[in-house]
Design a protein around this ligand. Sequence first.
Ligand SMILES: [Zn+2]
Length: 191
Amino acid sequence: MARGPGSKKLILEFFLKNIGQVLESRDIQEASGGAVEWARRVRELRNEEGYQILSHKDRADLKLNQYLLETDVRLPAFARNISKETRARVLERNGYTCQMCGVAAGDPDPFGSSRTVRLTMGHILDKSKGGDDSAQNLRAVCTNCNEGLQNTALPKPDRIHLLAQIRRATISDQKAVLDWLLQKFGQNVAK
Ligand SMILES: [Zn+2]
């Protein structure tokens, strides 16, 4: 049991050294120091730590005993333990809008001309500080903010400044703002 964490680290190092290469089960087990539960460690790296380790279930060209790590980019937390239902609830509550920088799902990605913004789940209180995966501790965050591409969270715009911006915007932009607000609040604009 005491060897568990050690073997996981060895397996991860082996995958990271061989990114993009198809690895055989026996080599992974050997790299793990002969751990009996090497397959379980691979699952943990994938499901709990977000490493995108592919198997024959993901790619038809991989055989039963083959694994492949295509990238060292780890999946964001939502793809790990957070249920689809929780994710949907949080996105709806946050109006499908990044709670750090304010972009909405489907907006053009400010960091990639041809992409659109994708939203993911961010923790309000980080897991390392005791935060959990409940809907109350989650918020919609765009992948750029989640990856730290924008160094600082923008301060919330103050009301006077915001209204001034909208007043001097074009009619069509004002209507877009109105559309968005109506969609968000429905008829309950007073709230
Ligand atoms: Zn953002």
